[in-house]
Ligand binder design. Structure first.
Ligand SMILES: O=C(O)C1=C[C@@H](OP(=O)(O)O)[C@@H](O)[C@H](O)C1
Ligand SMILES: C=C(OP(=O)(O)O)C(=O)O
Length: 465
């Protein structure tokens, strides 16, 4: 059961001024208090972006796909269910090991019930792209957070390719019914914002179109779809366009063949133990198999600029995705300015970077964060509120977040998670080193991306109770 509670924060997200997204009748609060040094070696779960894509491409391929290290979080499990509902055979064969028998490009079957993506923007938007190239109709739905997020950015290009929204909610929001194209058209599309979800939706629809589909982005976003399409046998090229952009060209109607996918550990999840190790004095933590695709490592670059000790070893790669072992030691951090063009490579990490910035000496300015307003929550406002309630001086100026680091954080606050896993985990990390404990109102959403976060942090020495 989801319900709504009062707060002005969600007005910009298509919710009434008096509503706030909150969890069920039984929220699960948790308190985090300062601990001794964090130590040990862990492997955070599989990358969420790659996990969604492995299931979707496996379902669009002919033959069998074997996935190891899949993230078994709620977001990805909802994508797995949707692939099953669209006619693929999806089976769990062991811990984090999955097998998909696909239906071939354009071969999805009409689903019998609405596809429910829960809290997941990626699952919903990528599957919209895949459905848009098939002559079927599907209802897309999600939880209250996902229902508040913009879908027009995906529907606009998909409509140009011949898909139609036959019923929907105001502003292109969920729930909506998408009728895929019988004869999808290849297009050239310039994305209005740097978004791998928009790019991927267009490419997945383009698989079923004859001729070449091209996506042009001004700022390069994560390229897991391109790398994995190549791995499954598609003819796809990506070349630099302008200073930071890319032009991606896909030849339509390939026969994708089933493939083996090894999912590396998620750098966006690794971000939490990394920042915790940096701020808790005396810590020394090792993280194995962390994906180090340069379009995902903006946080590591920024933390190193702040003075963080993060050492890489055991560097290797699989299917074009690099990974490494990271050793992180507690470090004295200083404030820095983070340029706006770095945002796509660390878009989900600003919340926990703001925590690191609070423990740094000096001011950290994070520029160009407008996309944070349309995530699981309005992350710009929610991050500022998380810091403020714990005694940190913070300001939002336009789309920039400015944090005054004073080397320590008073803490003592209760943080509203707004149905957002990353707020919950960031606040718990903050409490690992704050003067007074930090409380989060609900930890339930952590299960969307990092189901073992609480036991894993405890295994390193974190004090959560
Ligand atoms: O493609 C993906 O897997 C994702 C893309 C990003 O969203 P945008 O495409 O909206 O930037 C990111 O925030 C999300 O967590 C995962
Ligand atoms: C933004 C995120 O995911 P999604 O867009 O898939 O909901 C996230 O995991 O931080």
């Amino acid at each position: 059961m989801w319900y709504l509670r009062a707060s002005p924060m969600d007005a910009s997200r298509g919710l009434s001024k008096d509503t706030i997204l909150t969890h069920s009748d039984q929220p699960r609060p948790l308190q985090s208090r300062a601990s001794g040094p964090l130590t040990g070696k862990v492997r955070v779960p599989g990358d969420k972006s790659i996990s969604h894509r492995a299931l979707i491409l496996g379902a669009l391929a002919v033959g069998e796909t074997r996935i190891s290290g899949l993230l078994e979080g709620e977001d990805v499990l909802n994508t797995a269910k949707s692939m099953q509902a669209l006619g693929a055979r999806v089976e769990r064969t062991g811990d984090f090991a999955w097998k998909v028998n696909g239906v071939g490009v354009g071969g999805f079957a009409q689903p019998k019930a609405a596809l429910d993506f829960g809290n997941s923007g990626t699952g919903c938007r990528l599957v919209m792209g895949a459905v848009a190239g098939c002559p079927i109709s599907a209802v897309f739905d999600g939880d209250a957070s996902l229902r508040s997020r913009p879908m027009r950015r995906i529907l606009d290009p998909l409509e140009k390719m011949g898909a139609k929204v036959t019923s929907g909610s105001e502003g292109g929001r969920l729930p909506l019914t998408l009728q895929g194209a019988r004869d999808p058209l290849p297009i050239t599309y310039k994305t209005p914002v740097a978004s791998a979800q928009i790019k991927s939706a267009v490419l997945l629809a383009g698989l079923a179109a004859p001729g070449t589909t091209t996506v042009i982005e001004n700022e390069a976003s994560r390229d897991h779809t391109e790398l994995m399409l190549k791995h499954f046998g598609a003819d796809i090229t990506s070349v630099q366009e302008s200073l930071h952009g890319r032009r991606i060209t896909l030849v339509g109607q390939p026969e994708l063949h089933g493939a083996n996918v090894v999912v590396p550990a998620d750098p966006s999840s690794a971000a939490f133990p990394i920042v915790a190790a940096l701020i808790v004095e005396g810590s020394d933590v090792v993280l194995s198999d962390v994906m180090t695709n340069p379009l995902r490592t903006g946080l590591f670059t920024t933390l190193r600029e702040m003075g963080a000790s993060i050492e890489e070893s055991d560097v290797r790669g699989d299917a074009g995705e690099p990974m490494a072992q990271l050793r992180v030691r507690a470090s004295k951090l200083r404030g820095v300015e983070v340029p706006p063009e770095r945002a796509p490579s660390m878009i989900d990490e600003y919340l926990v970077l703001a925590v690191a910035a609070s423990f740094a000496e000096g001011t950290t300015i994070m520029r160009g964060l407008q996309e944070l307003r349309v995530k699981e929550s309005d992350r710009l406002e929610a991050t500022a509120a998380m810091l403020r309630v714990n005694g940190v001086k913070v300001e939002i100026s336009g789309d920039d977040l400015i944090v005054e680091g004073r080397g320590h954080v008073p803490g003592g606050g209760t943080v509203a998670t707004h149905m957002d896993h990353r707020i919950a985990m960031s606040a718990l990390v903050m409490g690992c080193a704050s003067d007074q404990p930090v409380t989060v109102d609900d930890t339930a959403f952590i299960a969307t991306s990092f189901p073992d976060f609480i036991p894993m942090m405890r295994s390193l020495g974190a004090e959560f109770s």
